[in-house]
Design a protein around this ligand. Structure first.
Ligand SMILES: [Zn+2]
Length: 100
């Protein structure tokens, strides 16, 4: 039984590394959470805008291919332009809003 734990550890480390890599490169989960936030905001307003669905679809498609001059803030998870980059630590970037 004890040896099983030793064999599990590398897998856990790999999984953590994989998820870290996913956050660093694709940022797909961030884009989805942003879309979810927008959806919640729309329903809480009680206003059903005709273009709401279109806006959400547009975000889902266009946000994923992150531009070279943009980064995802590791604190507020918003897509920021490079000019708003305040700090970068361990491959995670932070925007000026979060660092001020
Ligand atoms: Zn931020």
């Amino acid at each position: 039984m004890a040896t099983d734990y030793d064999e599990v550890r590398p897998d856990v480390a790999e999984a953590r590394k994989a998820s870290l890599d996913a956050v660093k490169s694709a940022n797909a989960p961030d884009a989805r959470s942003v879309a979810a936030d927008l959806d919640e905001a729309d329903t809480s307003d009680g206003v059903n805008l005709p273009g709401a669905d279109l806006i959400e679809e547009d975000l889902t498609v266009t946000v994923l291919p992150q531009e070279d001059d943009e980064f995802i803030c590791g604190s507020c998870f918003l897509i920021r332009h490079r000019s708003l980059l305040a700090r970068e630590a361990n491959g995670v970037a932070y925007c000026r809003d979060c660092e001020s």
